[in-house]
Design a binder for this molecule. Structure first.
Ligand code: NAD
Ligand code: UGA
Length: 458
């Protein structure tokens, strides 16, 4: 097949890798190169063991790598040889200086812009794939179009909406693809180029276009709305525990209103992941920057409730276990921030593990995919920490199990056998409400769900 488009992606992370693999799969006429400053990551993308776990990704990469999908550390050649450049570098929360703890740290992003300027010998379309504050495209345009050498850059915003654990499915069949551009002739032409690429597998009516600032803002707002639903249901879970209501019943009744919708109303230990908190804080920072303090306070409360929910989980454990956890063995089922991923970034499990250690509990961490990351997250913390992949062995001799990630495998274990090996009285704290609570109770466990009355033998 003749190559019609040469595409580069800078940043071979959770977004860059899977997104480019999908484009390569759906567009055999495109030749796609993914580059990264991290040579280990690139080596892993070129190996049999990919750097991230994502259902269906192995097959997707196997079908395209070496044909029209390539992974490389040669950023300079990548920029020189490609006409379309996606930028998918990380944009974490700033940890220093003005805006520390709130604003997005744009250093990787700006470094990339300067590299694109330095190595480009021909005009390019540069696409913001990373999640960025509003008006970042303006800064990018200003950096890129500083040289009067006939090389021109058109900047587009094309935020990514995939969720980890379902990335391949989301990329193949997204609810929408959003492309923001300048309304100039050049801007519209660049936009049409990207529309044409996505048009190879996404129905045209799902590809929406907008002005570039709306596109940048829509990404932050989408994540803020999703996180807000979780904080809303988690806030109500606290009330349910006091008022003898059941959060699953409340959530079903509320979610059946088609104006509200049923998704994303599962009470939990709080949301984790690399983006929700960072993107809301970024939104809050923007609002404060524009003097919109009331708006900022409103969105900041979503993050506050999330923190509250995690601390509440610990306090419920303490209250249930006679106000002391010192010397007790507590098994954590799940460490990833959600199921079907090995990612532990901002996982509530990190906070919960840390708090349990502060209470001088011993913890045994179990997870089918995230133990490597869990070891790194907990390195250097004082206290006794063991890592055991098998959840049944992990629970042996423990006083309590805290279920922190909704891995399907935890639903189907032999709870009778697990109970027999545990210290008594045995407790289960189901931070995801996925177990059969009544059955666990009948076996002998004291069961503490989220947002429901506990089932106890006392
Ligand atoms: P990531 O940390 O997994 O990957 C980013 C990669 O960029 C890293 O491998 C890093 O080495 C590389 N990088 C940084 N600076 C570079 C440079 N100058 N040149 C080349 N490579 C460089 O991050 P991610 O999870 O893929 O997220 C990327 C962006 O996408 C973020 O802005 C994030 O908010 C957004 N996003 C993430 C998700 C998600 O599910 N993870 C979903 C939607 C949007
Ligand atoms: C989220 C969004 O869903 C994606 O659309 C977005 O692209 C992405 O952030 C991003 O910008 O990074 P992700 O964080 O991968 O995706 O996963 P989600 O499924 O949204 O889950 C986030 C957290 O919320 C997890 O900890 C999950 O367990 C928790 N959650 C989710 C709940 O506690 N209750 C729910 O009902 C749903």
């Amino acid at each position: 097949m003749t190559v019609q488009r040469n595409i580069l992606c800078i940043g071979a992370g959770y977004v860059g890798g899977p997104t480019m693999a999908m484009i390569a799969h759906k567009c055999p006429h495109c030749r796609i190169t993914v580059v990264d400053v991290n040579p280990d990551r690139i080596a892993a993308w070129n190996s049999g063991e990919l750097p991230i776990y994502e259902p269906g990704l192995d097959q997707l990469v196997a079908a395209t790598r070496g044909k029209n999908l390539f992974f490389s550390t040669d950023i300079e050649a990548g920029i020189r040889e490609n006409e379309i450049i996606f930028v998918s570098v990380n944009t974490p929360t700033k940890t220093f200086g003005l805006g520390a703890g709130m604003a997005a740290d744009l250093q990787h992003w700006e470094k990339t812009a300067r590299q694109i300027l330095e190595f480009s010998r021909s005009s390019k379309i540069v696409i913001e794939k990373s999640t960025l504050p509003v008006k970042t495209a303006l800064a990018m345009e200003r950096i890129l179009n500083t040289r009067a050498n006939g090389v021109h850059f058109d900047v587009l915003s094309n935020p990514e909406f995939l969720a980890e654990g379902t990335a391949v499915r989301d990329l193949e069949n997204p609810d929408r693809v959003l492309i923001g551009s300048r309304e100039t002739e050049r801007g519209q032409k660049a936009r049409e180029t990207l529309v044409e690429i996505y048009g190879h597998w996404i129905p045209r009516e799902k590809i929406i276009t907008s002005n570039i600032w709306s596109s940048e803002l829509s990404k932050l707002v989408s994540n803020a709305f999703l996180a807000q639903r979780i904080s809303s249901i988690n806030a109500i879970s606290a009330l349910c525990e006091k008022a003898e209501a059941d959060i699953t019943e409340v959530s079903r009744a509320v979610g059946m209103d088609s104006r509200v919708g049923a998704k994303f109303l599962n009470a939990s230990i709080g949301f984790g992941g690399s983006c929700f908190k960072k993107d809301i804080l970024n939104l809050v920072y923007l609002c404060r920057h524009y003097g919109l303090d009331e708006v900022a306070d409103y969105w900041e409360s979503v993050v506050k409730i999330n923190q509250y929910q995690q601390e509440r989980f610990i306090r419920n454990m303490l209250g249930a276990m006679f106000n002391t956890l010192a010397g007790k063995k507590i098994c954590l089922w799940g460490f990833a921030f959600k199921s079907n991923t090995g990612d532990t970034r901002e996982s509530p499990a990190i906070f919960i593990a840390r708090r349990l250690l502060e209470e001088q509990a011993e913890i045994i961490v179990s997870d089918p995919k995230a133990l490597k990351n869990a070891r790194a997250d907990l390195a250097g913390l004082a206290g006794r920490i063991d890592f055991v992949e098998d959840p049944v062995l992990a629970a042996r001799g423990c006083h309590a199990i805290a279920l922190l990630t909704e891995w399907d495998l935890y639903r189907h274990l032999d709870f009778q056998a697990i109970f027999a090996t545990m210290d008594k009285p045995a407790f289960i704290f189901d931070g995801r409400n996925i177990l059969d609570h009544r059955r666990c109770f009948e076996i002998g466990f004291n069961v503490y769900p989220v947002g429901k009355a506990p089932l106890t033998h006392f």
